[in-house]
Every structure is written in C-alpha cells, then in structure tokens.
Design a protein around this ligand. Structure first.
Ligand code: NDP
Length: 248
C-alpha cells in the first residue's frame, strides 16, 4: 500500500482515529494535511508526519472548509484522498428538551453538513487525480440509540451512511470512489468529549468478542480502502465494532 507523494486531507487529525491515520499515511510516504481546531494537538500529530501541512480550521464554518481546500492545493498542488473523519457529539439533548434544536443543528453540522460541504469542494480536485473519499460514520447510524440525548448523532450518522452511497453513485463516472467506515467503541477522546463513560473495561461487555478497538485498527481500514488494493470497492460501509451491532 504505497501512498508516496499522495496528498491526503484528514479532518479531525488532532486526536484519536484521525491522528492515527495521519501517522500511518505519513509512514507510507503520503503528504498529509492535518485538520482540526486544537493547535497543540495538531502540532503533536504533525511531529510524527514529516511531510505535512497543519490547517487549524473549524470545518463547520463554510469559509474555513474552503480554506482547507485552498491551502492544500496552494501547498501541494493536488488532492488525492479526503478522509472525512472529524465528528462527535458537541451537544446532547433529548426530544423533550427545549435545547433539542440547538443540539440537532450542531451535531448535524459537524457530522453531516460539513462532510457534504468538504466533499463538494474537494470533488473537482479528486476528479483530476481519480482519487477517493472515506467517511467515518458510526454503528450509531445503523443501530438503536445507546444512551439518552444522542438521537441527533444517530440520525446524522445514518444520513452520512446514505450520503456515502449517493456520492459513490454521483462520482463513479469520474473515477472517484467513496466508502464509509462504521466503528463501534474505539479508545479515543470521543467518549470524554461526548460525556460518555470511558470505562473501556465495562464497554467490552457490550461487544460480542469482548474487546474495544484501538484507533489504529480503524486507521488501518482507512488506509486499505483508500489504497489501490481497494480499487474495486465503492459505495460500501465497513463495520469494525467487535460484534457490537450483532450483540445489540
Ligand atoms: P476524537 O474526539 O478523539 O477526535 C475527534 C476529532 O474531530 C478531533 O480531532 C477534533 O479536533 C475533530 N473535530 C471536532 N469538531 C471539529 C470541528 N468543528 N472542526 C474540525 N475538527 C473537529 O474522536 P474519534 O477519533 O473517536 O472520532 C473520529 C470519528 O470517529 C468521529 O467521526 C466519530 O463520530 C467516529 N466514531 C468514534 C467512535 C469512538 O468510540 N471513538 C465510535 C464510532 C464512530 P479538534 O478538537 O482539534 O477540533
């Protein structure tokens, strides 16, 4: 799986799955674009990625998403791979609370709208390189909600799953592949940021094979799907959840 000189944009590369993917792509010779908001954590990822560009941006702000694409092309001249990984639950709210619409908007903006926006901005560049896209969804997009106040996240990820299929269809004739990965529980900052317990020991009980994934396992899948070895794979949704969905 050689990525020599490929230009890879990874959103949410300051932490967790995105940071692991940035390091792995970099090890395989890619020029990685490390996107996120936390300057310190972005720099920490960049120290492991020799040929990288850090772009501090909030991808839910349209002008900042545009800047991610513009700065990438200005610095590296092309885009080969877009990894729409940034996501999470910035606000939790239940249907019966008057905070619901604020939570819904923030979660949809991050997990779905920003992905659609970055995809449309990157598409002309990916068409030129016959590149590809991987979206990081969640088993929350296809299994019942796993706790109060996360309806918006489940709906956003379900939308993301279908967006992946629609985008694969629309971009197929241009030679651009689009795939989705749906992780189950992964040991990252996601749980802490979403006000979930990060008792991973306890979490193993909800999976079929009694384990929780490391971020590198999801990053591995990202590298496979974006490599030439997966040239026959598009419009797919790969589940990596230690059997969490089946058990539920
Ligand atoms: P982390 O919280 O460790 O990473 C989330 C990343 O998203 C951070 O780098 C964060 O960067 C970035 N991010 C959040 N909001 C924005 C924003 N507005 N603009 C730019 N970047 C943003 O969690 P994970 O690594 O686990 O999450 C990666 C993906 O995996 C997400 O889409 C998540 O939904 C999905 N997922 C995770 C699971 C898990 O158990 N960990 C399970 C299923 C799916 P910064 O704070 O610097 O902006």
């Amino acid at each position: 799986m050689s990525f020599t000189d490929k230009v890879v944009i990874i959103t949410g590369a300051s932490s967790g799955i995105g940071a692991s993917a940035a390091k792995m792509f970099s090890k395989e010779g890619a020029r990685v674009v490390i996107v996120g908001r936390n300057e310190e954590m972005l720099s920490a990822t960049a120290t492991h990625c020799p040929s990288s560009l850090v772009i501090r941006a909030d991808i839910t702000v349209d002008t900042e998403a545009q800047r991610v694409i513009d700065e990438t092309v200005k610095n590296f001249g092309q885009i080969d791979i877009l990894v729409n990984n940034a996501g999470g639950i910035p606000l939790r709210s239940e249907l019966t609370e008057d905070t619901l619409m604020q939570a819904f908007d923030s979660v949809m903006n991050l997990n779905l709208r920003a992905v659609v926006h970055l995809t449309t901005l990157a598409a002309p560049h990916l068409i030129k390189t016959k590149g590809n896209i991987v979206n990081i969804s969640s088993v929350a997009g296809s299994t019942p909600p796993f706790g109060p106040g996360v309806m918006s996240y489940c709906v956003a990820k379900a939308g993301l799953n279908h967006f992946g299929v629609c985008a694969a269809v629309e971009l197929a004739s241009y030679g651009v592949r689009v795939n989705t990965i749906s992780p189950g529980p992964v040991k990252t900052n996601f749980q802490k940021n979403a006000n979930y317990s990060s008792d991973y020991e306890k979490m193993t009980e909800v999976t079929l094979i009694k384990r929780v994934s490391e971020p590198e396992e999801i990053a591995d899948m990202i590298l496979y799907l974006t490599s030439d070895r997966a040239e026959g794979v598009t419009g797919s949704n790969w589940i990596c959840d230690n059997g969490f969905s089946i058990k539920r």
